[in-house]
Design a protein around this ligand. Structure first.
Ligand code: KIV
Length: 257
């Protein structure tokens, strides 16, 4: 795991870092072929369960999906989101991070926030747990979906938080929905990589929710680009199966015992 992190750190200034989400084995198997980091994100709450907020996602949800995803991940660094309310204190953060790591065999955990949760982050790192940071739009605590780092005050706070996370040992930071110039400045200021989502091309890497980019999930968020419409292929197969069943063309002798 340390080697995987070293490789990711080396990519800063050299090549872009690819981060993708996976919530289960079969998708993880495909994602793992391309991603440097496979993230079991708590976005699974909205993508799979139609929750209007990630605050409803439980520790059990994250562990169950991560155990499945783990089966498909061979080479990429596996990061699991710690869900809302599972890292309110130093001791709960450590207890829950240990549980996630023990039950899912993930390489690292991701927590949302800067100064407010720095004691929890410090405590995890002191206990040899690898941590990824997440700044900008924080879905677990934000009420409004709006971009960050526009005002000088917000920009300075973000830079301060990013430096604080770095100096306390996080190996990378997700920057979500941060104004282009601010994301660029944070990326240039830090020694560790930034992984952007809606935060411009200037970040060291990019992350997207896989279900969004393959068109399985219908998302109208500005930063989402649909790279393929997988539902089209899914429908092609499902329709063919249905037609063949109805026409008694399937199963043939070949598929029968
Ligand atoms: O939950 C998630 O999938 C995330 C990414 C979108 C960064 O945190």
């Amino acid at each position: 795991m340390k080697d995987k992190i070293k490789k990711i750190l080396k990519k800063k200034h050299n090549s872009k870092i690819v981060c993708l989400t996976a919530y289960s084995k079969n998708i993880a198997e495909e994602v793992d072929k391309y991603a440097d980091i496979t993230l079991v994100g708590d976005s699974l709450g909205s993508v799979l369960y139609n929750y209007t907020t990630t605050r409803k996602v439980t520790l059990k949800d994250m562990i169950d999906h991560s155990r499945s995803a783990r089966l498909g991940i061979k080479k990429s660094l596996m990061v699991v989101d710690m869900p809302h309310n599972t890292y309110n204190t130093k001791s709960s953060a450590l207890k829950n991070a240990k549980k996630i790591i023990k039950e899912t065999r993930c390489d690292a955990v991701k927590l949302e926030g800067g100064k407010k949760i720095i004691n929890q982050i410090k405590h995890l790192i002191k206990n040899k747990i690898q941590v990824m940071g997440h700044l900008g739009l924080l879905p677990q605590t934000t009420k409004k979906f709006k971009s960050k780092g526009k005002s000088v005050k917000e920009k300075n706070q973000l830079i301060k938080d990013a430096l604080l996370l770095q100096s306390n040992g996080v190996f990378g930071i997700v920057l979500e929905c941060i104004k282009t110039s601010t994301a660029k400045q944070i990326t240039e200021t830090l020694k560790i990589p930034t992984i952007g989502i809606g935060s411009s091309v200037h970040c060291d890497g990019q992350v997207l929710v896989t279900d969004d980019l393959i068109g399985l999930n219908n998302s109208n968020i500005k930063f989402v680009k649909k790279f393929v419409n997988i539902r089209k292929y899914l429908n092609y197969g499902l329709r063919k199966f249905t037609l063949e069943v109805k026409a008694k063309k399937y199963p043939t002798k070949k598929h029968s015992y």
